[in-house]
Ligand binder design. Structure first.
Ligand SMILES: [Zn+2]
Length: 450
């Protein structure tokens, strides 16, 4: 029997618990399931304010002899984990469809870029006879159904997540920073966002007390397994699993945002013309306006976006840009604003400034003799009563191209610069042999400086 399991424990720390729980489910399935796909880590719309930090759900796809027995087994593991981690709205769903129904796929697409409800998830669960379990208000069902429905037929990436021994949770992670930089160089461009070049910050290790030791993101499972060997790690690894994921694909920005009718919390992109020059406000946030054929919208590049603000500040009225981002809801203090995640400069407009004319006799810049009274040369005393201001084109430092925030400010779904042109159009359906390990051999490096 063909089985899809979706899970979302909704309250977990960023990329911590949901994948950790998925890893535990994989472990319990080893002797009774044949995996058809890697566990899929599906990131959902990052603009939903009531999401958990990472907003990721996981789907498992496998064959088994007794689906109902397997569901009871997984449910038992799931419940125990949720009560231990105090998850408030977890959801677990099982579908036995061979082909995922179109409506479920559409639900997943909506969950990426707009707002979907628990009610919508329950409707699909009932319509297609899925088994499910939820607690609290059942928010986890949204992620669980959305993960089942996103089968990553087109672009996708992989993440190798390595977990810590429980006794080390909350302790400092012993991963040598220089070895991460080295690994990044050796595996470029097949891994991405290993560290942040602007700050030197290591990006593969999370910061919280979650069970994740590190996560390496990239294009190819075997390359991720190889990249582990470049790292100097000072603690015993508990286990690792390779996930197939929509991270780094920019999939949430695929829809077109119509500026005339921006819906709160939706994500997408649009092409338009800058209609109000940027200004920088308190806190370092940059605001400007853009217009398309339907209307005008306020756009923001917030302070954490780092160097992307420099680009935004260089924009001028008339520039043609493609922008991607998420819509923030209007509040009493602020109008609706698009939180910009990337800027693609398509056309740079000509900007003019007006200056006093040059002297006909000696070429020095003349000065005005008063309103409508012409100009006088301060150097040779030449007077020209007919002279007028002349327009001069301003040099634009901005260049046509695609601009993103630095890795530290990117969302899980953000497509990094290096992935443009590397997008996948299919998946081979083959899994590498060592895509998980529950007793990985990791040589412990002594004297690892964090
Ligand atoms: Zn002169």
């Amino acid at each position: 029997m063909n089985v899809h399991i979706g899970l979302d424990d909704t309250d977990s720390v960023d990329r911590g618990c949901t994948t950790h729980l998925a890893k535990e489910l994989v472990r319990h399935l080893l002797d009774r399931a044949f995996f058809i796909d890697y566990p899929r880590l599906i990131r959902l719309n990052p603009n939903i304010p009531w999401k958990t930090r990472g907003n990721g759900a996981v789907a498992l796809h496998f064959e088994t002899d007794d689906a109902d027995e397997v569901f009871e087994l997984l449910l038992d593991v799931f419940k125990r984990s949720c009560s231990k981690n105090h998850c408030s709205h977890p959801g677990l769903v099982m579908s036995m469809e061979t082909e995922i129904p179109e409506e479920v796929r559409q639900f997943s697409l909506n969950a990426l870029s707009s707002v979907v409800s628990v009610k919508g998830a329950l409707k699909l669960i009932r319509k297609f006879g899925m088994r499910y379990y939820s607690e609290g208000r059942g928010m986890g069902l949204v992620g669980a159904v959305a993960a089942i429905g996103n089968i990553l037929e087109e672009d996708h990436t992989f993440e190798l997540l390595a977990y810590r021994k429980e006794e080390n949770w909350g302790e400092q992670r012993l991963v040598d920073a220089s070895s991460v930089v080295y690994m990044g160089k050796k595996t470029h461009p097949y891994t991405y966002n290993n560290f942040d070049p602007e700050t030197g910050r290591i990006m593969i290790t999370p910061r919280g007390p979650d069970p994740v030791l590190l996560g390496i993101r990239g294009e190819d499972p075997q390359m991720l397994l190889d990249s582990l060997t470049f790292l100097r790690i000072g603690e015993v690894m508990d286990s690792y699993v390779v996930f197939r994921t929509n991270q780094g694909t920019g999939a949430h920005l695929a829809p077109i945002l119509p500026l005339v009718s921006l819906k709160a919390y939706t994500a997408g992109h649009f092409t338009g013309q800058v209609s109000e020059d940027p200004r920088i406000e308190r806190g370092g946030h940059v605001f400007f306006k853009t217009r398309d054929e339907t209307g005008e919208a306020l756009c923001a590049v917030y302070e954490p976006a780092g160097s992307l603000r420099t680009i935004a500040l260089d924009l001028r009225c008339g520039d043609i840009v493609e922008l991607g981002g998420g819509v923030r809801r209007r509040s009493q203090k602020h109008p609706t604003v698009i939180n910009i995640e990337y800027v693609r400069v398509l056309e740079i407009s000509k900007q003019l400034t007006y200056m006093n004319p040059k002297c006909n006799r000696c070429s020095a810049r003349m000065s005005s003799m008063g309103v409508a009274q012409g100009y006088r040369c301060g150097k040779c005393d030449f007077k020209d009563t007919q002279a007028q201001k002349v327009s001069v084109e301003i040099h634009r430092a901005l260049e046509v191209g695609l601009y993103l925030p630095p890795p530290r400010a990117q969302r899980h779904l953000t497509k990094p610069l290096q992935r443009y042109g590397m997008e996948k159009t299919s998946w081979s359906g083959k899994l590498v042999d060592n895509w998980f390990s529950f007793e990985p051999e990791t040589p412990i490096c002594e004297a690892v400086a964090p």
